[in-house]
Design a protein around this ligand. Sequence first.
Ligand SMILES: *Cc1c(COP(=O)(O)O)cnc(C)c1O
Length: 344
Amino acid sequence: MSTAHLTIDLNAITANWRALGKISQVETAAVVKADAYGLDAGRVANHLAAQGARQFFVAVVEEGVALRRALGNGPVISVFAGHMAGDAQAIASANLTPIINSLDQMLRHVEALPGHPFGIQLDTGMNRLGMEPAEWSALRDIALAQKPTLIMSHLACSDEPDHPMNEAQRLSFEDMTEGLDVPRSLSATGGTLLGPDYHFDLIRPGIGLYGGLPFTDALPVVTLDIPVIQTRDVMTGETVGYSNAWTAQRPSRVATISAGYADGLIRAMGAKAILHAGDIAVPLIGRVSMDLMTVDITDLPETPESLQLIGKHQSVDAVAGFAGTIGYEILTNLGARYSRDWRT
Ligand SMILES: *Cc1c(COP(=O)(O)O)cnc(C)c1O
């Protein structure tokens, strides 16, 4: 096989889900938007549901419809984008719970689907989605009369525990929801780690389930092994790859491996990245090509069949670090070309 191989440990995902639930002591939902951060929403959600997860969040209605098909009836599937024009039939037939973000969405929802469950998103300062305090004050009594199933907001800086924005948003959320008899949710992975004041009735982790920061205690979920297609010896002074970006400083052995930026291994990783042959680290050299990368394996005792980019020696976040990005972006870009298997 010449395609790179991705292994996704579903038991590690459920262990991470349980660990976050243990930290918070409140109901733990699972965010499975963007196809569960690239790891397959249907498989991930089914595995979590079998372990007791009862609430899932997706970004848009189309994701919710696909997830309902995969999950069957029972679990709540909420949609962050809310109720958009043209979505009523899909929301009704897949029994989705839109998280209403504005007065317009509220009117659209109660007009098209009176009595159908919905949640509410409040904007506590992130200025991305949700009703601002003034809009909420005006709408609050009408909205509450329709019996929302959840009121939520989202933290902008929860990956920085000492950021004053965290407490400011929490206070704003408390202010806007004081005394209401509706379940409340403020925290994703980062907020869950900020402590009990941030947990309310439901936490909504995404990245922490998939082994990413800021959940430093997460079990690793993803392994990426890339086969070696060819090896060659180069002399001192010879160059490797596009733009002659790497020059051998000694007689070297170079392995060409079968993955590149078309597989989500972004080119900006460049010469900083490291791979592993068993326990031995070897450097990526030259440019990342579309389908190929080159690695200096001079120091290996023998030619490996494959090299590992993500796994026990190197997290998704470490790989993100080589490219100056975050683990979320590496995961959600994992390529369609990989052969995949899901360990249970
Ligand atoms: C993506 C998202 C989450 C999950 O965030 P993580 O940082 O991945 O845990 C939770 N809530 C909202 C509104 C989101 O957009």
